[in-house]
Ligand binder design. Structure first.
Ligand SMILES: C[S@@+](CC[C@H](N)C(=O)[O-])C[C@H]1O[C@@H](n2cnc3c(N)ncnc32)[C@H](O)[C@@H]1O
Length: 346
C-alpha cells in the first residue's frame, strides 16, 4: 500500500526516520507529520533510559501509561466509559466507523506483518469487537483456531452474526487481564482497541504472556495528531499514542524484533497531521517462554467496579462529543482528496 512504510526496531530498539531528528527529544507526532516523513535510523534504546518524559507523557519506571496528565484527560480511555461507548456504537460500528478509518485494504496491509503463515496457528484477537479484523485473520487461519475477545457483549453479538466467524470462539474479557494460559497462542492480534485501555503497558505485557515462545504480537492502533485542533479532540476523547510509545511498551514487555508499519486510508495521501485512529501496525516476537519480565502493580480499573455517576456522565458526554470530530475528519480528507489535484500536497 502506498501510504505505508516500515519502522524497524531490531534487538536494540531503533526508530527509522528519514528527516533529521531534533536530537532524541523528537516527539512521535513529528513522525506523524504533514506527509510521511523520509526515514533514517535513529538509535532509541539509549534515550529512553535517561528520559523521564516521552513527548509530554510522563513515564514511570513501571508503566508509561500509568499517569494521565491533566492536559490530556482522555475521557473514554476508561473501562466503564468504553463499555457504554460501545453499547451504543456497536449498533452502527460496521457501517459508520470502519468505512472512514479502517478499510479492508488497510486491514490486510496491517495484518501482513503478523505473518499469519499457517492455517493451524492459534490466534487471539483482543478487542475483536464486531469481528472486522477477525475476518482478515480467518483468510489465513482456520476459524476454529481463532478466539475473539472483547469487553463489549454488544460488539461481540455482531461478530456472532457473521457466517465466516461461526467457528471462532467468542468470549467476553479484558485486554489487561486475559483469560488465556501463559504460552498459549502463536499470534496475538489487537486492532483499534489499545486507545481505550487505561493501562496500555499492562495490555502489551499480557500479549507477551499469552504468546508461545517465538509467537508474534501484532497491535494496530492510532497515532497522535500534530495539528492543534485534532490534538485537542484526540486528547479529550481517548489515547492516541506516539509511535515511540508503542515501541517502548513492546520493548519493556520483553518483545524482540519490534517493528512499526504505518497504515492509513488511501484518501489521506499519507497525511498524518490529524492523527489516525488506525495509524500503525506494531509487531514483536516473544524470545523466551513464560511471563513478561516486566513487573507491574495491581490493575487500576475494572469495568465491574462502581464509579461516581456524575463523573462518569460528565466524562462520557465530553468524550463522545470529542469523538464526533473524528467522524468528520475522514470526510474532510476524502473531499480534499477529490478536490486537490493528485500529486499535490493536501
Ligand atoms: C474500534 S473497536 C475495534 C474492533 C475490531 N478490532 C475491529 O478491528 O473492528 C475497539 C474494540 O475494543 C474493545 N475494547 C475496549 N477496551 C477493551 C478492553 N479493556 N478489553 C477488551 N476489549 C476492549 C471495544 O469494546 C471495541 O469492541
Amino acid at each position: 500500500m502506498a501510504s505505508s512504510s516500515m519502522l524497524n526496531g531490531a534487538e536494540s530498539l531503533t526508530l527509522i526516520r528519514k528527516i533529521a531528528p531534533k536530537g532524541l527529544g523528537f516527539t512521535g507526532s513529528e513522525l506523524s507529520g504533514r506527509c510521511f516523513p523520509k526515514m533514517t535510523v535513529v538509535s532509541y534504546g539509549k534515550i529512553s533510559k535517561s528520559r523521564k518524559t516521552l513527548g509530554g507523557v510522563r513515564c514511570s519506571s513501571s508503566s508509561l501509561s500509568s499517569s494521565r496528565p491533566s492536559s490530556q484527560p482522555r475521557f473514554i480511555q476508561h473501562k466503564k466509559e468504553a463499555f457504554w461507548f460501545y453499547r451504543f456504537l456497536s449498533i452502527v460500528y460496521d457501517h459508520v466507523i470502519n468505512p472512514g478509518h479502517w478499510t479492508e485494504d488497510m486491514r490486510d496491509d496491517a495484518l501482513e506483518p503478523a505473518d499469519l503463515s499457517d492455517r493451524n496457528m492459534i490466534v487471539v484477537d483482543v478487542g475483536g469487537g464486531t469481528g472486522f479484523t477477525t475476518l482478515g485473520i480467518v483468510k489465513h487461519v482456520d476459524a476454529k483456531n481463532v478466539t475473539i475477545l472483547d469487553q463489549s457483549p454488544h460488539q461481540l453479538a455482531k461478530a456472532k452474526e457473521k457466517e465466516a466467524l461461526k467457528d471462532c470462539k467468542i468470549i467476553e474479557g479484558d485486554a489487561e487481564d486475559l483469560p488465556f494460559r501463559t504460552d498459549y497462542a502463536d499470534r496475538y492480534v489487537s486492532a483499534g482497541s489499545i486507545e481505550y485501555w487505561p493501562d496500555p503497558q499492562r495490555g502489551i505485557k499480557e500479549a507477551y504472556r499469552v504468546l508461545k515462545l517465538g509467537g508474534k504480537a501484532c497491535l494496530i492502533g492510532p497515532v497522535y495528531p500534530t495539528f492543534w485542533l485534532s490534538r485537542f479532540f484526540a486528547d479529550v476523547w481517548m489515547l492516541f499514542p506516539k509511535e515511540e510509545e508503542y515501541i517502548e511498551w513492546f520493548t519493556k514487555a520483553g518483545f524482540k524484533n519490534v517493528q512499526l508499519k504505518r497504515i492509513g486510508p488511501k484518501w489521506y495521501r499519507g497525511v498524518r497531521r490529524h492523527g489516525l485512529i488506525m495509524g500503525c501496525s506494531v509487531t514483536g516476537v516473544k524470545p523466551a517462554s513464560g511471563d513478561s519480565p516486566l513487573k507491574l502493580g495491581p490493575k487500576e480499573e475494572d469495568v465491574e467496579k462502581p464509579v461516581n455517576s456524575f463523573t462518569f456522565f460528565l466524562r462520557f458526554i465530553l468524550g463522545i462529543t470529542a469523538a464526533a470530530y473524528y467522524v468528520l475528519v475522514p470526510i474532510y480528507m476524502w473531499i480534499k482528496d477529490l478536490i486537490f489535484p493528485k500529486g499535490m500536497p493536501i
